[in-house]
Design a protein. Structure first.
Length: 215
């Protein structure tokens, strides 16, 4: 089934069920999972060895559609449907999938990474870190369906982009953000309804589009 047809059918199911607005995102993911599970074409499995294989079982398909990830230390398969990842995120953020692909990259083992160099993400390490948090946490939450978001995975990407400051991560990086909050433990990041504003601003910055304050 083509992605646009899949989204139309899933969204129609959500609307027909009368799902409350604040949980429609989760319901949409569940509807897509069910449709994907019954689709004979199925998602593509990306194996750590680089091989690619079609869906093997209904349960595996549903796990893939919901964005279930395996630990990077596991030797098992990791299933990521990239078209579905970007379709989910485009729907939730209101941005084009092509714009998202310019900035975000998803590895075969399920890491959401930021493609542009750190210097394009802000003039200071703190600004760069906040933009990485918004991009990666937003991607994991709505592209992979990870709720709450794995804070350690986000932190590792901030480290990879060389803008991580251990003593400032909670207070000066995550703390000032309105759409991304620390969860019940240090291993969690939870999103608020304001996530999309910070996500879009980070996308604009990463894509090098001038903002009013930059002119």
């Amino acid at each position: 089934m083509e992605t646009d047809e899949l989204l139309k059918r899933a969204w129609a199911a959500v609307e027909k069920a009368g799902i409350p607005e604040h949980v429609q995102g989760v319901a949409l993911q569940e509807a897509i999972a069910d449709l994907r599970a019954d689709d004979p074409a199925g998602p593509v499995e990306i194996r750590r060895g680089g091989g690619v294989e079609k869906k093997a079982s209904k349960q595996r398909s549903r796990s893939a559609a919901r964005g279930r990830l395996l630990s990077p230390s596991d030797n098992a398969e990791v299933t990521i449907d990239l078209d579905e990842f970007f379709a989910h995120l485009a729907h939730e953020s209101g941005l084009d999938a092509s714009e998202l692909r310019d900035v975000l990259h998803v590895t075969a083992d399920g890491k959401v990474q930021v493609s542009p160099p750190s210097k394009d993400l802000g003039s200071s390490a703190a600004e760069q870190a906040r933009n990485v948090i918004a991009l990666v946490a937003g991607g994991r939450a709505f592209g992979l369906g990870e709720q709450p978001v794995d804070a350690n995975a986000v932190r590792r990407e901030v480290e990879r982009k060389r803008c991580y400051q251990q003593n400032n991560f909670a207070s000066n990086h995550l703390g000032p953000m309105k759409g991304f909050n620390a969860g019940a433990t240090k291993a969690e990041i939870r999103l608020t309804s304001k996530w999309v504003d910070e996500f879009k601003a980070a996308m604009t910055k990463a894509r090098g589009i001038a903002q009013p304050d930059d002119e």
